[in-house]
Design a protein around this ligand. Structure first.
Ligand SMILES: Nc1ncnc2c1ncn2[C@@H]1O[C@H](COP(=O)(O)OP(=O)(O)O)[C@@H](O)[C@H]1O
Ligand SMILES: [Mg+2]
Length: 338
């Protein structure tokens, strides 16, 4: 995989070519101070909130708004998140013009690994602080910001990247309608269920129809139109059988090969062996029985449920137990009776 191939998979590069068959999106340049804020591990304080966090007070007199501050005056903790008023206004305008709810990502990746941290447990956002919370919590986003050319084989210096925030109109996508398509030398060689952890009855039943509509879509709208001959594209087939592009990804190990292996895809040799063989068409892989259902691939990114309940303050009993525990563990607890 070459750096150039990675560059072509940025949404801002492919979007203008496929505007008619993908989800409405707006690309905003990410200012350097916002990028720095996203990469700063020092705090999880989320900027962009309209109201002060309920457990603290904002220091309105502060002239150092870019920094998070802690002070002990009168036992009040003062916390100020950085503000980005111009950027916040641009984001809000974009959200409004996309219908009020958006799906956020950067040049390549969405913060899928952080969905659990959001109040609604999804990537649905309607304001900048929702977006910041997801972006700041995601390892996938850190990858985009710090090592987008991981696994590239060329040793030329890394091209300069203009970091972008991509906002896409929120669409309720049914996971069983999503498929990943592998293209090698401009030929569609493989199609797999995107959600490889579940069995979908309709995929089994409509195998030929689904594959047929994907092949037609590829020939009609994608083949020779994407500026590379090796790439991976993700599609959504809606309830009326229409096909939409969700994303383009590099043909290489940074992209999850799901029900294939990269060895198979790279060599292209063992692909069409066995029952799934079709002389010239792509190989279609999907889960064929409920026995093979796998755990969610994002489980390892989550925190134990107790931590999450505590952080949200949703379970008062857990909070009380936790406070008792910390108190018991403080041998020289102070006199304060708070
Ligand atoms: N506009 C959208 N609205 C709702 N969900 C979306 C939207 N775009 C993508 N998704 C969901 O998020 C998943 C990841 O999106 P994608 O753009 O491919 O990000 P990544 O490249 O990080 O995997 C998709 O498989 C789809 O389920
Ligand atoms: Mg992708």
């Amino acid at each position: 995989m070459k750096k150039e191939q990675v560059l072509r998979c940025q949404l801002s590069v492919w979007f203008p070519l496929f505007r008619q068959c993908t989800i409405r999106s707006i690309v905003l340049p990410l200012p350097q101070d916002v990028t720095d804020y996203l990469l700063d591990d020092g705090t999880l304080v989320v900027s962009g909130r309209n109201e002060a966090p309920s457990c603290s007070q904002t220091n309105e007199d502060s002239d150092e708004e870019q920094d998070v501050q802690w002070s002990d005056d009168e036992n009040v903790t003062t916390l100020t998140a950085p503000e980005f008023p111009d950027f916040a206004a641009q984001v809000q305008e974009a959200i409004n013009s996309l219908g009020g709810i958006v799906f956020p990502k950067l040049n390549w990746s969405a913060p899928r690994d952080a969905a659990w941290i959001a109040m609604n447990g999804s990537l649905k956002c309607n304001n900048l602080s929702d977006i910041f919370l997801l972006l700041k919590s995601s390892d996938f986003i850190t990858h985009d910001l710090t090592q987008p050319f991981l696994h590239c084989t060329d040793d030329s210096p890394d091209p300069k990247i203009d970091t972008q925030l991509v906002l896409r109109k929120w669409c309720e996508l049914i996971p069983g309608g999503e498929f990943r398509c592998f293209v090698k030398e401009n030929k569609l060689i493989g199609v797999t269920q995107r959600d490889h952890t579940q069995y979908y009855d309709h995929v089994c039943r409509q195998e030929a129809t689904i594959l047929g509509s994907i092949v037609d879509f590829f020939k009609d709208k994608v083949q020779y139109k994407f500026p590379d001959e090796d790439f991976v594209f993700d599609i959504y087939r809606d309830s009326q059988g229409r096909v939409w592009i969700i994303d383009f990804n590099p043909f290489g190990k940074v992209t999850n090969s799901l029900l294939f292996t990269w060895e198979e895809l790279m060599s292209g040799q063992n692909l069409s062996e066995g029952a799934e063989a079709d002389l010239d068409g792509p190989v279609f892989r999907y889960i064929t029985s409920e026995m093979t259902v796998q755990p969610s691939p994002y489980l390892s990114y989550r925190l134990p449920k107790d931590f999450v309940d505590l952080s949200r303050g949703e379970d008062a009993h857990k909070l009380i137990d936790f406070l008792k525990l910390t108190r018991n563990q403080e041998p020289e607890s102070s006199d304060e009776e708070d």
